[in-house]
Design a protein around this ligand. Structure first.
Ligand code: CP
Length: 305
C-alpha cells in the first residue's frame, strides 16, 4: 500500500491510504511498539532549495527518532553554488540515500526528482499547489482533535491562489465527506480554476466569500494561511492584498464552541498572537504532530512496518 511509494501530491492517496497512515501515527504516539531502531542502517537525504523550519527539521527529527541517519544538502555550500544542475545533484543523493525529501519553489520539482531517482521521493513542498505531507499532518490534526473529518464544516482563509498548504489541504478534504467548505479570500487570491473544478466535480458543498465574519460563525475548523509574498509575480499586487485578513481573539469569539484554528505556519501578521492562549489555538499542536506523522510516513515507505 505504501512501500517504496513516492509522495508527490496528496491526490495520489485515497482515503484508505490516509487512514492507514493516521492509525500508524496513533500507534507511534501511543508508543505501542519500540520505534527507536526501526530504520537502523537507513539514510534519509533532505534537499531543500527553498527555506523551511518545520518541514526540514521535523523530517530530520522523525528520521533520527527511527534510528536513521540524515544527510542535508545545503544548496549554498553544495556544488549547486558552482552551477551544478538540480538533476545531477539529485542523482548523487539517490546514490547516497534510501529516501529523498525535496523542497523547491518550482512547480513539478518533486515529480522530476521522482523520475530521476530510483529511491522514493517525498515532496516537502514545491511550487504553489502541492505540499502533501503538510496536508497529511493537517488532516491528522483535525481527526485527532475533533475525532473525525466527515461531517465537519471548514473555513480556509487567506492566499488560496499561491498557498500550496491551503491547496493541498483542500485537495485532502476531498477524500472525506465534509459538510461544507468556506473559501475566504480577496478576489485576486481566489483558488485557481483547476482546484475549483476538482472541488466542484467531487460534489463538495463550497461557499466562496470575501467576508470572514460571515464564515466564522458556522465552521468547526478555521484554516488560516499566510499571503505568500514570495510567489507574487508583481510586488505591487502583493501590496494590494497584504493584511486583507487578521484573525484575532475578538473575531473568533463569535465562532461556534469547539472551533479549532489551524495554520501551517510560518505566520506573519494574519494570525494575532492573542489567539495563542485560547482554546481555539491548534496550530502549535498541528506543528508538533509533524514529527509522528512523518515518522509513520517514512516507516511505511521504507517498509519498516
Ligand atoms: N508548514 C511549513 O511547510 O513550514 P516550513 O516552511 O517552515 O517548513
Amino acid at each position: 500500500m505504501w512501500k517504496f511509494r513516492d509522495v508527490i501530491s496528496i491526490l495520489d492517496f485515497n482515503r484508505e491510504d490516509l487512514e492507514h497512515l493516521f492509525s500508524m501515527t496513533d500507534r507511534i504516539l501511543e508508543r505501542l511498539f519500540d520505534v527507536g531502531s526501526l530504520l537502523d542502517g537507513k539514510i534519509v537525504a533532505t534537499a531543500f532549495i527553498e527555506p523551511s523550519t518545520r518541514t526540514r527539521l521535523s523530517f530530520e527529527t522523525a528520521a533520527k527518532r527511527l534510528g536513521a541517519e540524515v544527510i542535508n544538502l545545503e544548496p549554498h555550500i553544495s556544488s549547486m553554488a558552482k552551477g551544478e544542475s538540480l538533476t545531477d545533484t539529485l542523482r548523487m543523493l539517490d546514490d547516497y540515500a534510501d529516501l529523498i525529501v525535496i523542497r523547491s519553489p518550482y512547480e513539478g520539482s518533486a515529480k522530476h526528482a521522482a523520475d530521476v531517482c530510483e529511491h522514493p521521493v517525498i515532496n516537502g513542498g514545491d511550487g504553489t499547489q502541492h505540499h502533501p505531507t503538510q496536508a497529511m499532518i493537517d488532516l491528522y490534526t483535525v481527526r485527532r482533535l475533533k475525532g473525525r473529518i466527515d461531517g465537519l464544516e471548514f473555513g480556509v482563509v487567506g492566499d488560496l491562489k499561491y498557498g500550496r498548504a491551503a491547496a493541498s489541504f483542500l485537495y485532502g478534504l476531498t477524500r472525506f465527506n465534509v459538510k461544507r467548505i468556506w473559501l475566504i479570500s480577496p478576489e485576486p487570491l481566489s483558488p485557481r480554476p483547476e482546484l475549483m473544478d476538482r472541488l466542484k466535480s467531487l460534489g463538495v458543498d463550497i461557499m466562496k466569500t470575501e467576508n470572514l465574519e460571515e464564515a466564522v460563525e458556522g465552521v468547526d475548523i478555521l484554516y488560516v494561511t499566510r499571503i505568500q509574498k514570495e510567489r507574487f509575480p508583481d510586488p505591487a499586487e502583493y501590496e494590494k492584498v497584504r493584511g486583507s485578513y487578521v484573525i484575532t481573539r475578538k473575531i473568533i469569539s463569535r465562532a461556534r464552541e469547539g472551533l479549532k484554528v489551524l495554520h501551517p505556519l510560518p505566520r506573519v501578521d494574519e494570525l494575532s498572537h492573542d489567539v495563542d492562549d485560547t482554546p481555539y489555538q491548534a496550530y502549535f499542536i498541528q506543528a508538533k504532530f509533524g514529527v509522528p506523522v512523518r515518522m509513520a510516513l517514512i516507516s511505511l515507505i521504507l517498509g519498516a512496518f
